[in-house]
Design a protein. Structure first.
Length: 196
């Protein structure tokens, strides 16, 4: 074996030896952190999904002329999602829970009509309010228990309950309302669910 061949063989052995050495820093501990967990156990047949706790419902754009001619904008769906539902035998005396009752409330209602939410934007559109409707188009009155019950699917663990929202010309309920002017519209309402 020639000198050149021995050098190549030794270089190969050195290279293999270098590759087989484990770096010393891999065995050293690394500073860690803490993982904190929180949760709540509730006594209810369903859980309100995160996307339904604080909802934003874009009502879109409409024109002054359209509201003057049609009284209200095109309704937009409000989908309330319930998860982890266990409705079978969860009612009074072991009966199935078959419906949900919603009560909507708001401190931002029109002066003489609790079915219309007032626009809370100080320099926003004038003469415009917001209505919440059932999926069949019935107007919901804030603070009233007269909202129709919503049927539930007893065997389903996931439920989607649909309501609607729309802008409304408040002159249709109040003859002394100001003329409609363009601008932003915003308002809010809360809801409570009772299972039946």
């Amino acid at each position: 074996m020639g000198e050149r061949m021995r050098i190549k063989t030794r270089m190969g052995q050195i290279l293999i030896g270098v590759l087989m050495v484990t770096p010393a820093f891999a065995d050293e501990p690394v500073n860690g952190g803490t993982v904190n967990f929180t949760g709540t156990v509730i006594n209810a047949p369903c859980i309100l999904a995160e996307d339904s706790v604080d909802m934003n419902v874009p009502l879109g754009q409409t024109t002054v002329d359209y509201l003057n001619k049609n009284s209200n904008s095109t309704p937009v769906d409000i989908n309330i999602h319930l998860t982890n539902c266990a409705l079978s035998g969860a009612g009074t005396d072991g009966a199935d829970i078959t419906k949900a009752h919603f009560r909507f409330d708001s401190s931002a209602v029109q002066d003489n009509d609790n079915s219309v939410l007032a626009n809370t934007v100080a320099d926003g559109a004038q003469g415009v309010g917001v209505e919440i409707l059932t999926s069949s188009g019935e107007i919901i009155t804030m603070g009233s228990n007269s909202t129709p019950d919503v049927p539930l699917q007893v065997t389903s663990t996931e439920q989607t309950l649909t309501f609607q929202g729309r802008m409304v010309n408040i002159a249709t309920i109040n003859s002394g309302a100001p003329d409609i002017t363009p601008g932003q519209v915003a308002t809010n309402a809360t809801y409570v669910i009772t299972y039946l």
